[in-house]
Ligand binder design. Structure first.
Ligand code: 0T9
Length: 432
């Protein structure tokens, strides 16, 4: 085990070991996870990753042609991957188990206007608990851009890794703000965005991290972008590699572009490209985290006290505090451990950490089984159905159906959550 990883991941404390052993009664689901494997962030906050480079999102609206726009959409998409899939490793040392949102949980946020890029607003609602489904909207009104999507996951175990199939898709709508009704160009252009498959590796070292695999698509505006993901291979290749092909949709005009690189750093055109520029994306620079907005009242950056009971930061406040403090304790003890230099003690703790991660993985699958049973019970008891605040479910998404055929995406149809267009009163979007 790499000692520097051990130091950043945070070790198992004696207290952790005692709690784990004491809590174990033979029933995995009753075992409490130690804080070092838990993230204090709920999955309802994850859709914010879609806009941590708001200027790239806004740039989609400024594209001059369909071809330019297809490249701008792809550049924004690729630039979100670093945040989506490596940021927990960067800030907390390894991938961690996020808080599992409750039905009706809400998250509101925004990125302010800067240099004319327009303000971007975020709204998230947990639309199902069994199975967990999160729906979201990201809108930049000034630029006529709106992203609406939902997320769920199907997990399985293979080759020592957790495989996560992402269910759900996103639709990006670009309003043609300059087109007059006579100009013949369509009033909106829609893009279907599908999501990659994930592999959670590193479980046997006790330091989980994500690798992306297989393919995801962006289809619309006369172009099809296919993104293929590859990790470190046995013989060659670097982790987080991708290759994207942007081609005209069947029957549409335009050139083909091919881009290759690493999604967590930079990429280059290997075919096509715009005006002799070889570079495509670069995410080494800083990103902008979302500004949390209290939807219950007040406006931007309102203190948690003014949040509604279902807003994620208020709902999970105490749990998140517990996780942070637990982790802090282990972090400081980690430091002491290194100073004392007790190699044997270090080794035993390291083994315990690995064992705990393995147990957590087992528990994760055990819980999934139980959730199936719980779901059936919920359905039986479903005389009282929860009213969603911002979305209505539809069994098949007509935009998905129309666009998925262009890239032969399977399945041919998918359900979706239609946004009711009811931004909270305090949100700057509704007052615009
Ligand atoms: C949508 C993203 C998603 C959510 C997370 C798989 C995962 C839950 C879903 C897919 C976002 O746009 C992108 C990033 C990370 C994904 C999470 C990583 C992860 O580990 C969890 C799962 C549910 C676990 O917590 C497994 C437990 C394991 C790490 C403990 C050993």
């Amino acid at each position: 085990m790499n000692p520097s990883t051990a130091a950043t991941v945070g070790g198992v404390t004696n207290h952790d070991i005692i709690t784990i052993i004491a809590s174990f009664s033979g029933d995995l689901s009753s075992m409490t996870a130690p804080p070092f494997i838990l993230s204090p962030v709920s999955l309802t906050e994850f859709p914010a990753y879609w806009c941590e480079r708001p200027e790239l999102f806004a740039a989609i609206a400024d594209a001059k042609s369909d071809e330019d726009r297809a490249l701008a959409v792809l550049k924004w998409f690729i630039s979100t991957l670093k945040g989506q899939y490596t940021s927990r490793n960067d800030t907390m040392g390894s991938e961690k188990k996020p808080l599992n949102p409750v039905l009706g949980e809400l998250f509101y946020g925004m990125w302010p206007d800067k240099g004319g890029r327009g303000q971007t607003d975020l709204l998230v609602e947990q639309v199902s608990h069994h199975p967990p489904i999160t729906a979201y909207v990201i809108e930049n009104k000034a630029k006529g851009l709106k992203l609406v999507g939902h997320n769920a996951q199907k997990t399985s175990f293979s080759g020592g890794s957790i495989i996560v199939k992402q269910i759900g898709h996103a639709i990006l709508t670009v309003k043609n703000l300059s087109a007059s009704s006579a100009s013949g160009s369509p009033p909106v252009t829609e893009y279907l965005i599908t999501l990659p498959r994930l592999r959670i590796d590193g479980l046997w070292y006790g330091s989980p991290y994500i690798e992306l695999c297989e393919t995801s698509y962006i289809v619309g505006g006369g172009f099809v972008s296919t993104v293929e993901y590859k990790g470190k291979g046995y013989f060659s290749g670097k982790s987080h590699s991708f290759k994207a092909t942007v081609s005209p949709a069947p029957g549409a005009p335009g050139r083909e572009h091919v881009i290759e690189g690493l999604w967590h750093t930079t990429s280059k055109f290997v075919k096509g490209g715009v005006s002799g520029k070889g570079d495509f994306h670069d995410v080494n620079g800083p990103k902008e985290e979302v500004t949390v907005v209290a939807g219950g009242g007040g406006g931007d950056g309102v203190p948690e006290g003014e949040m509604g009971e279902f807003e994620t930061r208020k709902l999970w406040k105490l749990v998140a505090k517990g996780i942070r403090e637990g982790d802090f304790e282990s972090a400081s003890r980690e430091k002491g451990r290194i100073e004392v230099g007790l190699v044997v003690c270090c080794f035993i703790r390291e083994l315990t950490r690995i064992a705990v991660v393995v147990v957590m993985v087992l528990q994760f699958f055990w819980n999934m089984q139980n959730e199936q049973r719980q779901r059936r019970r919920d359905e039986v008891a479903a005389g009282t159905s929860w009213a969603l605040k911002h979305f209505t479910p539809i069994a098949s998404d007509p935009i998905y159906e129309r666009l998925s055929v262009l890239a032969k995406i399977q399945p041919p149809t998918e359900d979706a959550y239609v946004f009711l267009d009811n931004w909270p009163k305090t949100s700057p979007v509704s007052s615009a």
